[in-house]
Design a protein around this ligand. Structure first.
Ligand code: MG
Length: 383
């Protein structure tokens, strides 16, 4: 005996858009292509760009590390243990290195991030090579993106401004003249190791004054002075360190945004390990079934079917097949003259059942697709 289904008659009101649209989830991708179940990206109010005269505004979700105020100076300490207040000074809204006082570090610790830093070498040009306007930005305190005034100042390329120091030179020298503000936008991904195996070397993408100078450059251990570095594990997070290299380099407008976790790091960015994808699909299917339980008629039926695209479930499959069969039975009893009013409902169910059959979420012996096909054809709706 077939279960009794209450079908709503206003198809457009009950049938949502989109669930049966792009390719379904697979072993390593928990979402379908163009999946409306996927969470919407969070809203971020963008900031403004900096000029030489004026630092720009950070995006709304940025964590500010230095904005020119003494309050943000308190977010830094001298890179000593036990920590002491930094001797670097705030001058005209900039954070200035006091030569000989040592590195400083942020009190906050973080790993994968988008980091914005602006720096300026002294206007009065002094020294050459590595001795002119040298400082450095150490992500997690471990790996340096070089800060150097190598405008008209040749040096070893893997130590130029924007180099992953000791690993990779910048793709271009896009520096402004000495003393002007230079703008770094850095995307940092730390290395990922699991069970002693390297899954991702970690990488830097860097823009200098809007010019890409590192393009997902592998860390290869993060670099260093004179010695070749090799892939190594690093902590998950650490302080941002700024280098005292003996030059009074100034900084302003320092902020970062955290980045979503990569699939190899337990997130869902990119292809996931099959076990993680499977767990995620179970979770999505459970959410859809919970939503379906609050619905009636075809809306419920479509959501039940949809859930099967993420995770099989014998009871849901049986209920879906029974629901489709019962719905076809009501169609067969519908007078020919009333069929046009049901066209939209029928076409949407046709789409759903077609999808479920094509991607084998319905077993081959379930013949609803052929039955709906013939109804569609008989009414002259076949495209
Ligand atoms: Mg340096």
């Amino acid at each position: 005996m077939l279960p009794i289904y209450v079908f709503a008659f206003t198809a457009s009101a009950v049938l949502a858009d989109g669930p049966f649209y792009g390719d379904p989830p697979d072993a390593t991708h928990p979402w379908a292509i163009h999946d409306m179940n996927r969470p919407q990206p969070p809203l971020v109010k963008p900031g403004t760009f900096s000029s030489q005269e004026q630092p720009g505004q950070a995006p709304s979700d940025a964590i500010i590390l230095f904005d020119g105020t003494p309050a943000t100076l308190a977010k830094w300490e001298s890179d000593k243990n036990p920590p002491v207040p930094t001797q670097w000074v705030v001058k005209d809204g900039t954070l200035q290195c006091v030569p000989g006082s040592g590195f400083i570090r942020s009190k906050e610790e973080f790993g994968d991030c988008q980091l914005h830093v602006e720096w300026a070498a002294p206007t009065k040009v002094e020294g050459d090579g590595q001795g002119r306007g040298n400082s450095g930005i150490f992500l997690m305190g471990e790996t340096e993106i070089q800060v150097l005034d190598n405008y008209n100042n040749p040096t070893y390329p893997d130590g130029a401004a924007g180099a992953l120091y000791g690993v990779n030179p910048p793709h271009a020298n896009a520096l402004r003249t000495s003393g002007q503000w230079q703008i770094y936008d850095i995307i940092f991904r730390r290395p990922i190791w699991k069970d002693g195996k390297l899954l991702d070397s970690g990488r830097y993408t860097v823009m200098l004054n809007g010019v890409v100078i590192q393009d997902a450059t592998p860390l290869e251990g993060g670099g260093g002075h004179k010695a070749r570095s090799h892939d190594r594990s690093m902590p998950d997070k650490g302080p941002l360190k700024l280098q005292d290299h003996g030059n009074p380099v100034r900084y302003r407008n320092i902020w970062y945004r955290l980045l979503p976790a990569r699939a190899v790091d337990g997130g869902d960015m990119g292809a996931m390990p099959p076990e993680a994808a499977s767990a995620k699909k179970q979770q999505i299917a459970a959410g859809i079934r919970e939503a379906a339980a609050k619905l009636q008629g075809l809306a419920k039926l479509r959501r039940q079917m949809e859930s099967l695209c993420y995770a099989p479930d014998a009871a849901t499959l049986a209920a879906s097949q029974a629901g489709v069969t019962a719905w076809i039975a009501t169609l067969k009893q519908t007078p020919a003259g009333d069929m046009n009013a049901k066209k939209s409902e029928i076409m949407q169910m046709h789409e759903a059942v077609d999808y479920m059959t094509h991607f084998k979420f319905f077993p081959a012996e379930f013949t609803a697709r052929a039955q709906i096909d013939s109804i569609v054809e008989a009414n002259g709706w076949k495209k």
